[in-house]
Design a protein around this ligand. Structure first.
Ligand code: 13P
Length: 251
């Protein structure tokens, strides 16, 4: 059985002081989540990772929002996998659409990061999803299929099994205009079938999340869909009450 997963992506929000306040309040949610087979986590900025990691129990996931694929070297402004591991971080979001748009990250660049994370025994959360233009042209599946193929290129089935996929249609991110559960389930079901073609039966063990304007009042709809294993949440994960309500909507 695939555990559900609630992951809050804080993007460029919260000072370390604010992040620590959230962590202190969120700590007690782990027990409720575990009792219902839901994994929970947050992805703070690099600066707050260590403080949040220390403030939360080990089973509460604390993820980076990005990582560089090189272990060290002349990469000004970048953060490496050994740096993350040193402070107890073993998850990283890769290929978020904001990084694809503002930092020109390609799926092949994501592939290098995913491979480096897997080699280090870490968990990548690989984000993909189409623009409004691609959606309106009816080309979502072809687009997403290329992102999958390139992002997961040359992975063995055993490696692929450790990757979490997040389908986030760009037109639904931060817009309040979420994809209907029918659209989300249709694309995520397609993603699972594509994973099966590439990697075989391990596709049944792989968790695929939906992201894009997930709120406490719509999270349950997604969770009722057979292929949707959780949510990657931006805005609604920033406030502790709203985060708790998201969790309640998943149990
Ligand atoms: P919102 O939940 O704010 O739409 O953001 C979604 C997202 O980008 C999570 O990674």
């Amino acid at each position: 059985m695939r555990n559900k997963l609630l992951l809050g992506n804080w993007k460029m929000n919260k000072t370390t002081t604010e992040a620590k306040e959230f962590a202190a309040a969120a700590s007690s949610l782990l027990e409720i989540a575990s009792a219902h087979h839901v994994d929970i986590g947050v992805a703070p900025s690099f600066l707050s990772l260590e403080a949040v990691r220390k403030a939360l129990p080990a089973a509460f996931i604390v993820s980076a929002q990005n990582v560089n694929e090189h272990d060290h070297g002349a990469y000004t402004g970048e953060v490496s996998i050994p740096m993350l591991k040193d402070i107890g971080i073993d998850w990283a979001i890769i290929g978020h659409s904001e990084r694809r748009s503002y930092n020109a990250e390609t799926s092949l660049a994501c592939n290098a990061k995913i491979k480096a994370l897997l080699a280090a025994g870490m968990t990548p959360v690989y984000c993909l999803g189409e623009s409004l233009e691609t959606f309106e042209k009816g080309e979502t599946k072809a687009f997403v299929s290329t992102q999958l193929k390139e992002g997961l290129k040359d992975l063995t089935p055993d490696e692929a099994r450790k990757v979490i996929i997040a389908y986030e249609p760009i037109w639904a991110i931060g817009t309040g205009k979420s994809a209907t559960k029918e659209i989300a389930e249709d694309v995520i079901g397609f993603i699972r079938r594509t994973l099966r073609e590439h990697f075989g039966p391990v596709s049944e063990d792989m968790r695929i999340l939906y992201g894009g304007s997930v709120k406490p009042n719509n999270v349950r709809e997604y969770m009722e869909c057979p292929n949707i294993d959780g949510a990657l949440v931006g805005g609604a994960s920033l406030n502790i009450d709203s985060y708790r309500e998201l969790l309640e909507g998943m149990i």
